[in-house]
Design a protein around this ligand. Structure first.
Ligand SMILES: CC(C)(COP(=O)(O)OP(=O)(O)OC[C@H]1O[C@@H](n2cnc3c(N)ncnc32)[C@H](O)[C@@H]1OP(=O)(O)O)[C@@H](O)C(=O)NCCC(=O)NCCS
Length: 208
């Protein structure tokens, strides 16, 4: 699908503004604007031109990117963009390092200073956040979030909608199932096969 020269970001919160920063640094779009549903956003600094239910109105003119931190909301909105047949780019900050044979699904973002080594498959709508590292042969499911400063060793598999929180570490050959939360600073040394929240060193389940 050919890219357009304008980008519309769904979400003008913290992650939306971070995504706009990445997009501006890519220097591909001559205009970046936002859709947002919250009335509380300060509209002075950002070009908020409509609400989420106005995608249909803008999709022929703009590339569209969902920048919502919550995995489930991001999933819902990205699936709506797919139904609308919108043009959905991948955002990669120029300072990110992406190795050979790395595949990134539509609507994913790789933030400043992140590193993806090689032979890794990243699903759609995934956030690879600031200064995180994803080593060789990883598989990251759709709508996952790899937070700032996370380190994932080789041959790690992360399920759909799973959130690895800031500064966590996942050792090599670990599989973490769908819809999990791995707490800040946790170290995952065993496979996680049940949905839930896991924290600590080594990571242990605290919530289902
Ligand atoms: C994992 C997390 C999401 C859990 O949040 P929560 O479900 O609201 O959990 P609670 O705050 O109710 O904590 C439950 C218990 O787990 C402990 N706990 C929570 N997070 C922990 C962590 N990261 N490490 C160790 N213990 C943790 C709490 O101290 C509490 O213990 P207690 O019952 O003995 O008092 C959250 O604590 C966390 O780590 N957030 C990081 C968010 C992040 O990465 N943001 C960056 C986005 S870019």
């Amino acid at each position: 699908m050919a890219y357009k020269d304008k980008l519309l970001i769904l979400g003008a919160g913290g992650h939306g503004r971070a995504a706009a920063y990445v997009a501006a640094n890519m220097k591909r779009w001559r205009q970046i604007a936002f859709l947002n549903d919250s009335e509380t956003q300060d509209k002075k600094d950002f070009r908020i031109i409509g609400r989420f239910n106005e995608v249909h109105h803008y999709k022929d003119e703009y590339d569209m990117f969902v920048a919502i931190g919550d995995n489930e909301i991001r999933e819902k909105l990205l699936l709506q963009l797919e139904v609308e047949n919108a043009s959905i780019p991948v955002l990669i900050h120029p300072s990110a390092l992406i190795g050979e044979n790395v595949k990134l699904g539509a609507g994913s973002i790789v933030m400043a200073g992140a590193v993806i080594i090689c032979n890794s498959t990243i699903g759609k709508g995934v956030i690879i956040n600031t200064s995180s590292s994803v080593d060789h042969d990883n598989m990251i499911g759709d709508f996952a979030h790899i937070s700032p400063g996370v380190h994932m060793a080789g041959e790690v598999k992360i399920g759909d909608d799973t959130w690895i929180c800031i500064g966590a570490t996942v050792i090599n050959r670990i599989t973490i199932t769908d819809h999990c939360i791995i707490g800040a600073g946790a170290v995952v040394i065993n496979n996680i096969t049940e949905k839930g929240t896991y924290v600590g060193v080594p990571a242990r389940k605290i919530k289902s």
